[in-house]
Design a protein around this ligand. Structure first.
Ligand code: ADE
Length: 265
């Protein structure tokens, strides 16, 4: 489509409508833990970028490669330079999402990873969810309007065909910076009507939303928050099997996406 003849720029709405009709080309996966990322790196034979796209000093790692017509980028926020553990949580998630959008201009972001599930809302261990809505549960600001800003609820990119074809579960995701759940978090999670909880989703959605980059959230359940086992124990016990289930689902999603445009998802 040619730009308007009067020299004006296309509006963001027109650009978004045009993007909806073009085949998806560049995908950015944002994945917080190395153990969640490596199965996908191996499956698609992604290679680590020797000249990091990111500013010097950032521990963030980009793996990339191609699959059919898709340019795949997998961004893992790396390890904390002091503690040597994965940079999980909202701060790194929003930073890498921002930096990846600036550097790679993706057509689609996929935030994938593990999550806790609520059996009272129908979640089971190893379920893989395609998220319908995200919100925060640990940003309580009890002042009018700031309260809603803190919760930051937003709908995700609608992908009805993907949901149906892959027969995934759909549910709302609540995000906070703790693996455990305080009584205040629990009240907020219930208010968010969430079926699953994680530590990154709503932060990725925030950064992607600044630039209107369509984003989907694929989350696999390692532990039942309202179950009988301690969260940490159940998380560690199930991590291997659940990341394998996540990897298989992500591969199916790539097959579905390949050759399609956003409006077909
Ligand atoms: N990731 C896996 N399990 C989780 C939980 N219970 N809470 C937050 N993030 C998680």
């Amino acid at each position: 489509m040619a730009p308007p003849e009067d020299g004006t720029e296309f509006t963001e709405e027109v650009k978004a409508a045009e993007a909806e009709k073009k085949p998806i080309s560049t995908i950015v996966f944002v994945i917080a833990m190395q153990s969640e990322a490596l199965p996908l790196v191996n499956r698609f034979q992604l290679t680590e970028d020797p000249d990091s796209l990111f500013p010097k000093g950032c521990p963030w790692v980009r793996y990339h490669g191609t699959y059919e017509d898709l340019h795949i980028n997998l961004i893992w926020p790396g390890k904390d330079p002091v503690w040597g553990v994965d940079n999980v949580g909202t701060i790194s998630a929003s930073l890498v999402t921002y930096a990846s959008i600036q550097a790679l201009k993706p057509d689609l972001i996929v935030n994938a990873g593990t999550c806790g599930g609520f059996k009272a809302k129908g979640a089971c261990i190893r379920d893989v969810f395609l998220v319908s809505e995200v919100a925060f549960h640990d940003r309580r600001i009890p002042i009018p309007v700031f309260d809603q800003y803190g919760v930051g609820a937003r709908r995700t990119c609608s992908t009805p065909n993907l949901l149906q074809k892959l027969n995934l579960k759909s549910g709302k995701l609540s995000t906070g910076d703790s693996l455990d759940m305080s009584p205040q978090d629990e009240a907020s999670i219930i208010a968010n009507d969430a079926t699953i909880k994680d530590m990154e989703g709503a932060a990725v959605a925030y950064a992607a939303g600044l630039f209107s980059v369509p984003t989907i959230f694929v989350k696999a359940v390692t532990d039942l928050v309202d179950g009988d086992k301690p969260t940490t124990e159940e998380f560690i016990e199930n991590l291997g099997a659940v990341t394998a289930a996540l990897d298989q689902t992500l591969a199916n999603i790539m097959d579905f996406i390949s050759g399609k445009c956003l409006s077909e998802l």
